[in-house]
Design a protein around this ligand. Structure first.
Ligand code: MRU
Length: 330
């Protein structure tokens, strides 16, 4: 079988399409990936996004090229271009590292590896959901940031996968959804996924988080990750660090949910995680409307790093990790 379907990606016998996440929730726009440069542009513009899914899309596109008869050297050039498309999420590099050795073994091998990596991600998500379930008490009020469900993975998601699993288990979780500036992954995508899953939630601006903690309305913070360093320091969407600081101040548990494909044992600590700096337009403009004066200089990191000392634990496909030493050798 050479078809695979995820919430936001389809592979169909040598063709790859993605659901343009920029258009959600207003429109469900499927886009056929036409070239490596096109996929790089779709990744950089966040049409396709989320640490696991950009890795899956990259390896599946190498399968597309292999099926078209592209020779191994061309596949290696494409692999390198995809690797450089976004710097922070290590899943992209990890998955390319796993497919690179088979790029000169023929199209069937390349496709088989890409499909295996897709299937693996589905399973990793299921395992994370099971490992995280015991953290969710009946009626827990959970604060989350960015979007970590079916849209950015091949499966049911990471942090959001735990929440929907808890809903299935009858635990009626309630979710505080950070809107997630500047690109509203929380408002546009997490609220959409929670609505579809029938999970009770409320949306708030990111800066309302402190008052939620102060008024005792958060029982648990659950977020995803883009890279976990060998010492447990964790990069995730910008705004995550302030939640971790708040959680520590107000005595609320703060958990990261991520598959082992997000772990980078070669990266010693948060200081060594490359952080994507994004364009000024993302914060100076709203669609066609100019918000800040023309020429305003900006600080627009896509991610921040939460030190391991602020993290209660990491919910992974290998179970709940509470000692960062587990990431040293993996
Ligand atoms: O810039 P994005 O939208 O790709 O950032 C995504 C996140 O930060 C997610 O939390 C992370 O990739 C995990 S997705 C399961």
């Amino acid at each position: 079988m050479t078809q695979r379907t995820a919430t936001a990606l389809r592979y169909d016998d040598g063709q790859l399409s993605i659901l343009d996440q920029r258009a959600l929730p207003a429109e469900r726009l499927w886009v056929a990936v036409e070239s490596t440069e096109h996929l790089v542009q779709l990744i950089q513009s966040l049409a396709i996004r989320g640490a696991p899914l950009i890795g899956i899309a990259a390896v599946l596109y190498l399968a597309v090229l292999a099926r078209k008869g592209e020779p191994a050297p061309a596949l290696k050039i494409a692999s390198q271009a995809l690797r450089e498309s976004r710097p922070t999420a290590v899943n992209l590099m990890n998955l390319l590292d796993r497919i690179n050795p088979v790029l000169d073994q023929g199209a069937a091998e390349v496709e088989a590896m890409a499909l295996a990596l897709f299937d693996e991600d589905v399973q990793l998500c299921d395992k994370i959901a099971e490992a995280g379930l015991p953290l969710v008490k009946n009626g827990a009020r959970i604060l989350t940031h960015c979007n970590t469900g079916g849209l950015p993975t091949a499966g049911r998601g990471t942090a959001l996968g735990i929440i929907t699993r808890a809903q299935e288990a009858g635990l009626t979780p309630f979710v505080w959804v950070d809107e997630t500036r500047p690109l509203w992954q929380g408002a546009r995508l997490t609220a959409y996924e929670l609505q579809q899953a029938g999970v009770a939630h409320r949306l708030q601006v990111d800066s309302a988080a402190a008052s939620l903690f102060a008024s005792g309305q958060v029982d648990l913070v659950l977020v995803g990750a883009d890279r976990i360093a060998a010492n447990g320091d964790t990069a995730n969407k910008v705004g995550t660090l302030m939640l971790a600081v708040l959680a520590r101040h107000y005595g609320v548990p703060f958990y990261v949910a991520a598959p082992w494909t997000t772990v980078d044992p070669a990266c010693p600590g948060g200081h060594a995680i490359p952080i994507e700096e994004r364009s000024a337009e993302e914060i100076c403009q709203l669609g066609d409307r100019q918000l800040a004066p023309q020429g305003t200089t900006t600080y627009n990191p896509g991610f921040d790093v939460t030190p391991a000392t602020l993290i209660s634990g990491w919910v992974t496909d290998r179970g709940l990790i509470t000692e960062a030493a587990a990431f040293h050798h993996s």
